[in-house]
Design a protein around this ligand. Structure first.
Ligand SMILES: [Mg+2]
Length: 147
């Protein structure tokens, strides 16, 4: 596999992310992809399980942002809902650097302390790699509640 598409880590779903390990690597900020990472692709309605998961991760001490290629003009309730309490960059055109720069600025985070979590090599992982951001590829969206 091409180096640029190789994630730093691979996990089954967000439930398997080892937050303590990331803290030991001095990671403080997590950028999440939305579709097939935090929820099933195309989910439009706000999801209380996703919200609960996000607050758990925040309680562990991480800043969180959402970076999605969903189009702004198709903004749906789940995106507007997340936007109320998190930095969200939509229509991000991953793997373009621009969206990453934007979300890092909104999160007041630098690449070295940040982790990108997403399901797609050609967008999430490639984009993170070219920014020098630790990347975690999830194989699937989470089934809540956590196992
Ligand atoms: Mg995705």
């Amino acid at each position: 596999m091409m180096r640029k598409l190789r994630p730093t880590q691979v996990v089954e779903s967000v439930h398997e992310i080892d937050l303590a390990h990331l803290q030991s690597l001095s990671k403080r900020a997590l950028i999440f992809d939305l579709d097939n990472t935090l929820c099933r692709r195309g989910t439009k309605t706000p999801d209380s399980d996703v919200k609960r998961y996000i607050s758990q991760v925040q309680a562990a001490g991480f800043r969180i942002g959402i970076l999605t290629n969903r189009r702004r003009n198709a903004e749906d309730p789940i995106v507007s809902d997340l936007r109320e309490y998190l930095p969200v960059v939509s229509a991000a055109r991953k793997p373009s650097r621009e969206g990453y720069v934007q979300i890092l600025r909104l999160m007041s985070a630098c690449p070295e302390e940040t982790v990108m979590i997403g399901d797609k090599r050609w967008t999430d992982i490639w984009g993170a790699n070219r920014m020098g951001i630790h990347s975690i590829r999830v194989r699937t969206y989470p089934r809540f509640p956590s196992p």
